[in-house]
Design a protein. Structure first.
Length: 92
């Protein structure tokens, strides 16, 4: 018996990311801020099962990167004005 795991992509062909006999795998190279949906089927000597009807969808998120270019714009004895740029990554 073997298993085929695929990433489902809207308006694109599914991408097979695993084919083997173990019932788990580690997928690397996924991107933060990207939503992934998976489906799986079983293969025996008789043939392939239908694809799973329960698809698992999730969003990979990560910590945001720090804001950029912190700058002291103005100050006096009663106030300080600072500004900065948005971070490169929002983390998803």
């Amino acid at each position: 018996m073997s298993y085929t795991l695929a990433i489902v992509r809207e308006n694109e062909e599914d991408e097979v990311v695993y084919h083997g006999s173990t019932m788990s795998t580690v997928l690397e190279g996924l991107y933060s801020g990207t939503e992934y949906e998976f489906k799986i089927l079983t293969t025996t000597m008789v043939g392939n099962s239908p694809w799973s009807t329960n698809k698992y969808k999730f969003l990979i998120v990560d910590l945001p990167s720090p804001p950029l270019d912190l700058l002291l714009v103005a100050f006096d004895d009663t106030y300080v004005t600072v500004k900065w740029q948005a971070p490169i990554s929002s983390g998803g």
